[in-house]
Ligand binder design. Sequence first.
Ligand SMILES: Cc1cc2nc3c(=O)[nH]c(=O)nc-3n(C[C@H](O)[C@H](O)[C@H](O)COP(=O)(O)O)c2cc1C
Length: 167
Amino acid sequence: MKLAVIYDSKSGNTKQAAEWIAQGMEANADVEAKAFSIDGVDEAFVNDAKGIVIGSPSYAAAMTPDLHDFLMNKSNNLNFTGKLGGAFATEQFTHGGGEMVIQNILTFELTKGMMCYSSGGAFGSPVIHMGPVGVNGNVEKHNGMEHYKDYFTIFGERFAKKALEIF
Ligand SMILES: Cc1cc2nc3c(=O)[nH]c(=O)nc-3n(C[C@H](O)[C@H](O)[C@H](O)COP(=O)(O)O)c2cc1C
């Protein structure tokens, strides 16, 4: 089964998170997962995929204007309907709006008829209510994306398990 991760990233944090999610997805046998920047989406792969996870940096607690533009205006060739959907975010402040970004993306996914999934509390720790958020170390020196690697890989693994169960 193919699973896709689509992200916007200007300085690499969200790209790193996307790659960790794809890595976690592939921990499941029979899953081929690929992460694509919005500038280089393999449309055939995404259209074959049963699940799509979309991620963005927090820009004023919302998805980036470029991701919004991609989803609204540049993804007409992509089929989202009926697929499993998930979302993730990165930010530079612990309270920098990451979960708002995720909600923003999940709302888009719902409008496209996707089935949204976060894993919630079903597997115990780590509980992931909306989707994984990574806080980089740009400003908060005690923070850093490396602290969040497990959240992204575990989310990817759970998301893929659910996709395999459904499809
Ligand atoms: C225009 C702009 C707005 C931003 N707004 C926020 C914000 O509201 N909250 C936050 O925590 N970080 C904010 N950031 C920081 C980024 O979300 C953060 O550094 C992110 O990890 C960058 O992702 P990237 O490396 O994938 O580009 C902003 C950055 C930019 C450039």
